[in-house]
Ligand binder design. Structure first.
Ligand code: BEZ
Ligand code: FE
Length: 288
């Protein structure tokens, strides 16, 4: 394989990679090389542009640490996360749709009883969330593990505050014997994804904003059912149509109903307005 030129280089690389013993790796690499080379040919990529691309990816890598995953932000803002999620989570009609995971999930969130205030000091208007978990056969799902996480009123997740290692506005709950869940938290607000790095620069160059509509994240697992990674989005949010990471599904938009100060759903008295969200989840059966 010498004297390779613009017509023969792609086949030569594919042939070399075909030595891979793992069939799936071979398939992935054949396609990756084909598409990368086609991109360079179709765009007549210049050396300066290729250098800029290398520098950009270098900055993306350098930006990553245990709290910041710039590659996930890149995948999210290019729509790749939504595409991979959609390809891998086709569900029977009627099931709650999945959406992107995002970079702010953490393992080891506190396990709290139903009705708990999960805010743990996170700032925001009080919000009471409840609903039922069912299977796609309509039966209630008891003892489902419900992980929930959200940003505070300033648009930050607990893990984004340096120097504070207290987990806040996240918890692991379990549906009760009737499949019901409820907890207290804070009102979800829109927030910009971290945009002080190369992905932010990319969005600016593309004349795009970094905002996500207000949402609550859920990861729900239950025996005999497929796990569900999703959000509930707040109706009326001005970013629903232009989510920076392309995650909104209309079936996931719900009303956070505002109430004046008074008696909250848990019977306590509040001296400030509060919000109530009701959202039911439908899980696909395992193997469906
Ligand atoms: C999030 O919703 O937490 C998120 C998703 C994608 C990128 C950044 C944040
Ligand atoms: Fe989020």
């Amino acid at each position: 394989m010498i004297n390779l030129n613009e017509d023969t280089i792609t086949g030569a690389v594919i042939q070399r990679n075909a030595q891979a013993k793992d069939a799936r790796l071979r398939e992935l690499m054949v396609n990756l090389v084909q598409h990368l080379h086609a991109f360079a040919r179709e765009t007549q990529l210049t050396e300066e542009e290729w250098q800029q691309g290398i520098q950009f990816l270098t900055r993306v890598g350098q930006m990553c640490d245990e709290n910041r995953q710039e590659f996930i932000l890149l995948s999210d803002t290019l729509g790749l996360s939504t595409l991979v999620m959609a390809l891998n989570h086709r569900k029977p009609a009627g099931c709650t749709e999945a959406t992107v995971f995002g970079p702010f999930y953490v393992h080891g969130a506190p396990e709290l009883p139903l009705g708990a205030d999960i805010a743990n000091g996170a700032k925001g208007a009080p919000c009471y969330v409840s609903g039922t978990v069912r299977g796609d056969d309509g039966r209630i799902v008891a003892n489902a593990e419900i992980q929930v996480w959200q940003a505070d009123e300033d648009g930050f997740y607990d893990v984004q505050y340096t120097g504070k290692d207290q987990l806040a506005a996240r918890a692991v709950l379990r549906s009760d014997a009737d499949g019901n869940y409820h907890f207290r938290s804070i009102l979800a607000e829109p927030y910009p994804i971290p945009h002080d790095g190369p992905v932010g620069d990319m969005l600016e160059a593309l004349n795009r904003h970094p905002w996500r509509p207000a949402h609550l994240h859920f990861l729900i697992r239950a025996e005999g059912h497929q796990s569900l990674t999703t959000h509930v989005f707040r109706k009326g949010d001005k970013y629903l149509e232009s989510d920076a990471v392309f995650g909104v599904r209309s079936t996931l938009v719900a009303d956070w109903v505002r109430h004046e100060a008074g008696t909250a759903p848990d019977g306590s008295r509040t001296d400030q307005p509060f919000y109530v969200l009701h959202f039911d989840f439908v899980l696909a059966r395992a193997g469906a």
